[in-house]
Design a binder for this molecule. Structure first.
Ligand SMILES: CC(C)(COP(=O)(O)OP(=O)(O)OC[C@H]1O[C@@H](n2cnc3c(N)ncnc32)[C@H](O)[C@@H]1OP(=O)(O)O)[C@@H](O)C(=O)NCCC(=O)NCCS
Length: 175
């Protein structure tokens, strides 16, 4: 497995003015912090500092992802603003896990989540040669269920997966 520590991604274009790219500490600004502290955004997220994020805690998370050999934290930028992130994590030779949080609620409901997942999953299949991408889905989270359904994920059984918080189903996208 390629060591992804310190690795970036190419800029992935969803459409003109809407791109995805691995982020570094300096990309994390106050809007990201404020969004994570918004209960509407964070209620279904698994975060160590829920509701009490600061620029320091968020930057430390971004740095940890950047330094990790098996994580990619990919920012969604629309009209030059950082609107949210897709995180590929626990990446191995064949599979990875994925999560998404659009911390800027003003962009919700416009299809950015589905298009971001599709673009990142295509990148993971084509450039990282991953065959399966798993997502932990909390079925009480209607938006998340619709998002992953529309991006082509399906509920699945997975053996030996570590419980990772509150989600009650594992979904998979298989290429
Ligand atoms: C979940 C999330 C990523 C969805 O983002 P989004 O940009 O609104 O998603 P999209 O616009 O791509 O739409 C996804 C689907 O959700 C639907 N949706 C929007 N608001 C909804 C609501 N209140 N209830 C149910 N579905 C809703 C959309 O209509 C769309 O489905 P459709 O095209 O079949 O109608 C975003 O709400 C978010 O970041 N939430 C907080 C973090 C989170 O819960 N992440 C998921 C955990 S992994």
């Amino acid at each position: 497995m390629t060591n992804l520590a310190g690795a970036s991604t190419p800029t992935l274009t969803i459409e003109p003015g809407a791109t995805l790219k691995a982020i570094q500490e300096e990309d994390a600004q106050q809007g990201y912090v404020d969004g994570l502290n918004d209960p509407e955004v964070s209620s279904y997220l698994i975060t160590p500092n829920k509701g009490n994020e600061t620029l320091e805690t968020v930057r430390s998370f971004v740095r940890a992802c950047w330094d990790s050999p098996s994580d990619l934290l990919i920012g969604l930028f629309v009209n030059q603003g950082h609107r949210g992130n897709v995180r590929l994590h626990d990446i191995d030779d064949k599979s990875a896990w994925i999560g998404i949080a659009l911390f800027d609620r003003s962009v919700w409901g416009q299809g950015w989540a589905v298009r971001s997942l599709t673009t990142v999953c295509d990148y993971a299949a084509e450039e990282l040669n991953l065959e399966k991408i798993y997502a932990g889905v909390d079925t009480r989270n209607d938006r998340s269920v619709k998002t992953f359904t529309n991006a082509g994920f399906k509920p699945c059984e997975i053996e030996n997966h570590k419980p990772r918080g509150d989600f009650d189903q594992v979904w998979v996208l298989q290429k």
